[in-house]
Unconditional design. Sequence first.
Length: 359
Amino acid sequence: MAVKYKWLSQRLEALIQKNIREGINKLPSEQELSEKYQLSRQTVRMALKTLEEKGLIEKKRGSGSYITGRSPKSQENQIGILISNDQDYIYPGVLRDIQSTLSEGGFSATVFCTGNLFSREREILHSLLGKPFRGLIVEGCKSALPNPNLDLYHRLMKKGCEIIFLYNHYPELSDCLFVKDDNFSGSALLVEHLASQGHTRIGGIFKFDDLQGPERCQGFLETIRDLNLPFSDGQVCWYGSHELNKMVKWKDTAFLNDMVQESLSSCTAIVCYNDILAYHLVGVLMQAGYRLPGDMAITAFDNTYLSNSDILTITTLSHLPHEMGTRAAQAMLKKLKGLPVHSQEVRWHLNRKESTGAG
């Protein structure tokens, strides 16, 4: 019987991999396995116990044996997280949520910071080619621009590495799932809020080199159109990662000064790409002599600590607590288990604050 149960456990390990590929998360019952392989129930139980001890299945009383998605080699049960920043803004909380959810599923996580740079992303992906990572949760770099690293993603995928994108995605990798913001509806929510307060000249400032920017701009433009509000091309302003880095590192807000003076002076309200931009825009407007929110209403995305400064609290959008990171990690766990999982766009919720006359 000893030889038979070891033989069966090896056959079932192969069956587990086949089931994962076919989207089946459960092994046949003890009775079905006994009949299929012409073995006693005791032998089947011993084989299943071996798989359970390896962490490959978990048995649920009265329900059966479910695939965990884990490898029998503990060092291989790792998920890589590629993200722009692990120290500031939304990232520390999101990373905690991802890591805790993966840990509950029996996986460890290693964080890699790309700085939103193609070159750094390539270095990281190259280093991962020789490591047994089961999956990657990735915030894409400059996701609205052509990406030179798609070849490395394809190589990792051929090695069996599952990839799920967070916040954005690379359209060329159409086989990869994503968990991202519902950016179109988010902008619509902000424009509708401003219009309900009587604003008709609404400007927008968006980031051009991350996918979120064009998506948020699209929602902004179509809502302006649908509400029959006046619009000119100058009401939409763009900036990129280069300007963002100078603003965050050296407080260089020259591009915002130019936008306020040249494009947004006729507006009474602005939709900002995120809280970072809105926070610095408030300073620029106040230095220019604007009374806030009387002369200019400000809205943004993310609802971070930057939207709650002592100078002015900013009306902004948020998700439910722990939602984004938890969803991304859960999607990865389901994918590894062979469960059906789909790309998701997470809805926004409006937080009314001082910058639009509330609170």
